[in-house]
Design a binder for this molecule. Structure first.
Ligand code: ARG
Length: 277
């Protein structure tokens, strides 16, 4: 090989190396402007389904309707830590993931469980709450649903696209009715259109506390797989920096004990204002 040929060959090799290193850089954190985008618009937009006291529910304060709750207080902390405002987008639970993927919201805080199927579509933060499930029934039916066999032919409600829908279908023999809002399901239970509604522990206890004369948890035991018991914040798969920021806030709140206090605070707000429609 002639000397000049050797030299140009080396130069091209060098170019290829520089180029590939540069490209690799683009593929990773360099192109993740998830945090910068939020700081630029000075607003963190969070999607939720406000039918889920004490996690997310509407109240009327000073004549104005607003969404509050445990998740919203956590979201406010995340926004505060980023130095931006918080905007809540209230929608049905079943639309949340597509809203996130379609860039309508930056994060989901909606009592959302990190299931394997959802993990294919979104990224989850570390967990901030653990739940299990109950069949909520009318007080008069307190002793009616003790075993799976007792649910035969019963009308069992569950929120559309929720883990409760799967639990109702797999673990009862009832006719499962799904709807967009938990609040409507519970109203239908009250009206006698449904015999039971599968709900998570914290939500069932909330209905018992606010309506002690109306509802009870049935004796029927529902099993909550560990893949359906952890509640987390959801974000877009590529927004790694944003999720890192979320985890920072979640860890801080867990370490300083504020995570528990925020749930208490949400319950106090509910006690004071009630829940609006
Ligand atoms: N944890 C359940 C799930 O992820 C139900 C969550 C419902 N949340 C709500 N805000 N309605 O499927």
């Amino acid at each position: 090989m002639k000397k000049w040929m050797k030299k140009s060959w080396l130069v091209s090799l060098g170019l290829v190396l520089v180029l590939s290193v540069g490209l690799a850089g683009c593929g990773s954190s360099n192109s993740d402007n998830s945090v910068k985008k939020i700081k630029d618009k000075k607003t963190l937009v969070v999607g939720t389904s406000a039918d889920y006291a004490p996690f997310e529910f509407p109240i009327v304060k000073n004549g104005k309707k607003q969404i509050t709750g445990y998740d919203i207080l956590i979201a406010k902390q995340i926004a505060d830590d980023m130095g931006v405002k918080l905007k809540i987008e209230n929608t049905e639970f079943s639309s949340l993931i597509s809203d996130l993927k379609g860039d309508k919201v930056d994060l989901i805080l909606s009592g959302m469980t990190s299931t394997p199927a959802r993990k294919k579509q979104v990224t989850f933060s570390k967990s901030y709450y653990t739940v299990n499930n109950y069949l909520l029934v009318k007080k008069a039916d307190a002793n009616k649903y003790n075993t799976v066999a007792d649910t035969k032919n019963a009308q069992i409600g569950a929120q559309q696209a929720s883990t409760q829908e799967q639990i109702a279908k797999k673990q009862t023999k009832g006719n499962v009715v799904t709807e967009g809002m938990v609040t409507s399901l519970v109203t239908e239970l009250q009206q006698g259109k449904l015999d039971g509604v599968v709900v998570e522990s914290e939500i069932a206890d909330n209905y018992l506390k606010t309506n002690p004369d109306k509802y009870v948890k049935a004796k029927l035991k529902l099993n909550t797989p560990s893949t359906q018991s952890h509640i987390n914040v959801a974000g877009r798969k590529n927004d790694k920096k944003l999720m890192k920021q979320v985890n920072k806030t979640v860890t801080k709140l867990q370490k300083n004990g504020d995570m528990d206090k925020l749930l208490q605070k949400a319950e106090n707000i509910q006690a004071k204002y009630g829940t609006a429609k």
